[in-house]
Design a binder for this molecule. Sequence first.
Ligand code: PGA
Length: 258
Amino acid sequence: MPRKPILAANWKMNLGRDEEAIAFLRKIRRGLNEIEGLDLVLCPPFTVLYAIAALLGRTRIALGAQDAHWEPGGAHTGEISTAMLARLCQYVILGHSERRATRSELESDPAINRKVQAALGHGLTPILCVGENLEQNRAGRTDEIVSGQVKAALAGVAPKQAERCILAYEPIWAIGTGEAATPADANRVIGLSVRGALAELYGEDTALAVRVQYGGSVTVENIPGFMAMPEVDGALVGGASIRPDFVDLARAAAAARS
Ligand code: PGA
């Protein structure tokens, strides 16, 4: 079965007030909803999830959160659980490098593993981010870092559950820098390190079934190059996802595959 491409928009800490989020969504909703052959997910800040969910109701556009805690509830001031998100969203970004970099305990490999398990347990689809930093890249450690993150995040996750996950290869040096990886490099790391780790954990069939995105300075100009790569099943888009021409980006992504 060919893997259906999936494009996810990570709004990060932007468009977090109802009026601005709704105004932006009204600009892009119809255009996005008309695009075929591509799954689409918007991941706005927590504060506008309800407002956005109401506007996405009758569209084919799915909703995701940008993080979640693994505990279902309790004394975790300021945290939001996968259980709380389950009825509101279909997806949740987990292990984003902007969080891994600054929250050692809450974003350690074991913590991310617990989040993945909690998300799957509540019927959410994780968008699991992995990627090496510049120093690791220069030291030739990309495969070791990326495959290690994949294996740690999926420890104890059953094959059928793993197949539901979306993985996102996001080299940290490419995020928000305007310096995307080359499509060929993204293709190579996803094939070798991401699918390689999946194959070690679950065997070839599962490795070939899981959808893997590229993320890091994806733009309307460079998306066709990534989509043309056989290992790349879509993109996780940050900065370019909060501009009205995100619709053009999504169209270009779908066109590159049709
Ligand atoms: P960027 O962010 O597209 O702005 O580089 C990607 C991400 O952080 O997911």
